[in-house]
Ligand binder design. Structure first.
Ligand SMILES: [Zn+2]
Ligand SMILES: [Zn+2]
Length: 339
């Protein structure tokens, strides 16, 4: 079985999967597909070398089949189709004790802090497993992790049916948030710069605008009778959007920050006072978000296949990263990991 090893900035080498025998409480999975995440691209660019141990297999948006079980693993059998919730919390810190294990203060993210899924065989703790129903293909299964991010974001937003939401940033996560918000009965407007992503969002039935061409504030006010948006999802991570996000909500509207800002960005805090806005941070997902994502995907009403723009063999992982860098026509790129 092959494995794609990250060996430092811009370097991927293809080698053999180490295929460690699963220890107690672990399973070994034959990985079918693994999606490339924005975080993986960040690692590829050498921006996270303080967290990875070189050379290391990365990747965490996967689907596959259980191939071997370690001691003490109950409720699972070889042949079960699964995806992995790639979080390994410590279980003992104040965050874990408060029940917030997904934002554990010593959280290990599997595929960054420990070996990832861009390989034919992958060994992980069994507590990370979620079952994939037969209704889902392995390609769809590899989208459950990013879809669970979207489910978490929409859940924390408390979006109610009929409410109006703006999604700033129409990449894979933004588009999935839009789809989940719409499935929850929300009305959704997407703000995005990339023409391909705008077009795709429109083809999926969303109103999508380029904020350089359309006055976003006027547009939202027009759609909401002058009230403003009930919810703004900030997914883009750019300073202009951090500035824009406080201009869009209604009084007591909610802003959910999903984007990872590596640098502080100016935010108009006066608006939080003046309009009694709420700011909500949303990071990764909890078990219930994975279950929700699996249920939603299995219903078959989300056009998930449109989110995947390319499927490549594992050997072409570097090309996958290059295509993401070019940005142009890429949404989610999946790697086939066990051929
Ligand atoms: Zn991801
Ligand atoms: Zn913890």
């Amino acid at each position: 079985m092959k494995a794609a090893y990250y060996g430092g900035a811009e370097t991927i080498t293809i080698g053999e999967s180490s295929a460690a025998a699963p220890g107690a409480g672990e399973v070994r999975i034959r990985v079918s597909h693994c999606g490339i995440c924005g975080t993986d691209l960040h690692i590829f660019h050498g921006k996270m070398d303080h967290r990875v141990r070189l050379p290391q297999v990365i990747g965490h948006e996967m689907s596959g089949t259980i191939e071997a079980l370690g001691e003490g693993v109950d409720g699972w059998s070889a042949g079960d189709r699964v995806t992995v919730r790639p979080l390994d919390p410590c279980g003992e810190c104040p965050a874990c004790k408060a029940g917030h294990t997904h934002i554990c203060m010593k959280l290990k993210f599997i595929g960054i802090d420990t070996p990832g899924a861009m390989q034919g065989l992958w060994t992980v703790p069994a507590h990370t497993l979620h079952r994939l129903p037969d209704a889902l293909s392995f390609e769809q299964g590899a989208l459950i992790e990013p879809l669970a991010v979207a489910c978490h974001d929409v859940r924390l937003s408390e979006l109610a049916p009929g409410e109006f939401a703006v999604v700033q940033g129409g990449g894979p996560i933004g588009l999935l948030i839009a789809l989940v918000a719409r499935a929850a009965g929300g009305r959704v407007l997407i703000s995005e710069l990339n023409p391909f992503r705008l077009k795709l969002a429109r083809e999926l039935g969303f109103e999508a605008v380029d904020p350089r061409e359309t006055d976003l504030v006027a547009c939202v006010n027009e759609r909401t009778g002058g009230a403003g948006a009930d919810v703004v999802f900030e997914v883009s991570g750019v300073a202009a959007a951090a500035e824009m996000m406080t201009k869009l909500p209604r009084t007591r509207g909610r802003i959910v920050v999903v984007a990872i800002y590596s640098q502080p960005a100016p935010v108009h805090l006066f608006q939080f006072f003046w309009r009694e806005l709420k700011l909500i941070g949303a990071r990764v997902y909890e078990a219930q978000d994975f279950e929700k994502a699996i249920t939603l995907a299995a219903e078959g009403t989300l056009p998930l296949e449109r989110v995947v723009t390319r499927v490549l063999p594992l050997e072409e992982l570097t090309e996958g990263f290059r295509e993401m860098e070019r940005g142009g026509e890429a949404m989610k790129i999946l790697m086939r990991c066990s051929e």
